[in-house]
Design a protein around this ligand. Structure first.
Ligand code: PLP
Length: 447
């Protein structure tokens, strides 16, 4: 009888009865029913407050409920809500110009999409048609989206339960991550680069259109590149005429303390894909940024791609206002500073919690890595864990939620990626919750 349900229960019931959930078994999940959100906080229908330590899906970079975006969106809708991609609007041109301004090098031409996956699909298509080559190389431990090509280019084990859904001509390689490298640091870089070059040789350099990498590793566990790695990859790409595509969907727009993650590595790619932080999630949107040279290739050739909602004016308006907010509120600087602060605090937490193996962050793209033993570094849950192997981390995740935090707890990682407007006090509040929940993990540490 619906009349006996609370508002929260009613919302949940309708959703369970009539909607389907992503990336999960449909039974046994317990989503937060969000009524409203402001800054770094979400509120449910019972007015319980959750601090959002993953910025939604690492996309709500400016924080929730910013009225400037609402107003920009309404203004645009009052003028014109939709034009076909064959028409143009003022806001589309202005946004293209603004993105060219914040992108380094000759990355001056914007192809506007709907989300991260559609940006990556466009990059894959364009890299193939531009080079006349068919293979795309990428990292095993990476995620690039859920559509056919984007899923195939990713190496995230979420795709393994449905392994038949993969397109051909995607080749994966491994990149060591420093925390788990037991040999000397120099060999980490030289061995991994030599391995990549061997793989390119096996696959035939003349068959490889592009290497696609995340600007900074995200949901695979913030697996930072060995120092000098991206520079070496840039050199290899130049040597073989392979395009370098940086996926900045998650690491872009201030998340790492710079506009783009690759800027921490002193390289300029040939293509950049964007989404998430481009609108801070206020509307679905994405972009593929290419160099003048790549764009000019299509001056006299057809660019054989397009969608009904390319360059949607309302999303363009949200993006343009959102980029101004990053600038007006100095959010890149704040991300860099708060990243420093989290690192210092995490160091103190390590002394209290034997289950913390590592904490790593670039700006506010960070996570704790939880281990059973600090010497062996055995993770609390392995990559590609079964539900049984996730039992301890699931308890940690449930505790975090109970204590009033929303964040990503995945395999052995607890993510720390709050909105870039976060304050020290809010970081303290969030870390105190994680600290309390990690007492559970500490009990499973094997001495
Ligand atoms: N690329 C990266 C690095 C991501 O983290 C994601 C999403 O998490 C995507 C692409 C896919 O973006 P979307 O979900 O908007 O398609």
């Amino acid at each position: 009888d619906a009349t006996t349900l609370s508002e929260t229960e009613e919302v949940l019931q309708d959703n369970f009865d009539s909607t389907v959930f992503v990336w999960s078994k449909q039974k046994g999940i317990s989503p937060i029913a969000v009524k409203y959100a402001k800054g770094v906080y979400l509120y449910d229908y019972d007015d319980k407050r959750y601090i959002d330590f993953s910025s939604g899906l690492m996309n709500v970079n400016i924080g929730h409920g910013n009225q400037r975006i609402t107003e920009a969106v309404v203004r645009q809708m009052q003028e014109v809500s939709y034009v076909t991609p064959y028409c143009v609007t003022k806001v589309r041109g202005e946004l293209g110009k603004k993105l060219a301004e914040i992108c380094p090098g000759d990355l001056n031409k914007a192809y506007f999409t709907l989300c991260g996956a559609t940006s990556n699909e466009a990059a894959i298509k364009m890299a193939r048609s531009y080079t006349g080559r068919h293979k795309i190389l990428s990292r095993y431990q990476s995620y690039h989206g859920a559509t056919y090509g984007a899923l195939s280019v990713g190496g995230d084990p979420r795709k393994l339960p449905d392994d038949s859904q993969q397109a051909p001509n995607f080749v994966h390689f491994d990149i060591p991550y420093p925390y788990r490298w037991n040999h000397d640091r120099e060999s980490m870089l030289s061995d991994s680069i030599a391995q990549l070059e061997r793989i390119i040789g096996y696959e035939g350099p003349g068959n490889i259109a592009a290497i696609m990498l995340e600007g900074e590793s995200g949901t695979s566990g913030c697996l930072q590149y060995p120092e000098g790695y991206l520079k070496a990859v840039r050199d290899i790409c130049d040597k073989y005429g392979i395009l370098l595509i940086m996926d900045e969907v998650l690491s872009g727009f201030g998340r790492t303390g710079k506009w783009f993650g690759f800027e921490n590595h002193g390289i300029v790619p040939d293509m950049v894909t964007m989404a998430k932080g481009i609108t801070s999630g206020y509307l679905p949107f994405g972009c593929l940024m290419v160099t003048d040279k790549i764009a000019a290739h299509y001056n006299d050739r057809i660019l054989a791609t397009g969608m009904t909602y390319n360059a949607h004016p309302v999303s363009c308006a949200a993006a343009l206002e959102n980029i101004k907010i990053y600038e007006d509120e100095n959010l890149l600087e704040n991300a860099a500073q708060m990243g420093q602060y989290v690192t210092e605090q995490a160091e103190l937490m390590k002394q209290k919690h034997p289950s913390i193996g590592d904490f790593r962050t670039t700006g506010l793209l960070g996570c704790f890595e939880i281990v059973k033993n600090r010497t062996t570094k055995e993770p609390m849950a392995p990559f590609n864990a079964t539900p049984d192997q996730m039992a301890v981390m699931a308890k940690v995740g449930a505790k975090i939620k109970e204590l009033g935090m929303y964040t990503f707890v995945r395999w052995s990682y607890v993510f720390v990626a709050p909105p870039l407007c976060v304050t020290k006090e809010q970081i303290d509040e969030g870390l105190a919750i994680i600290s309390e929940a990690l007492k559970i993990a500490d009990e499973y540490v094997i001495e």
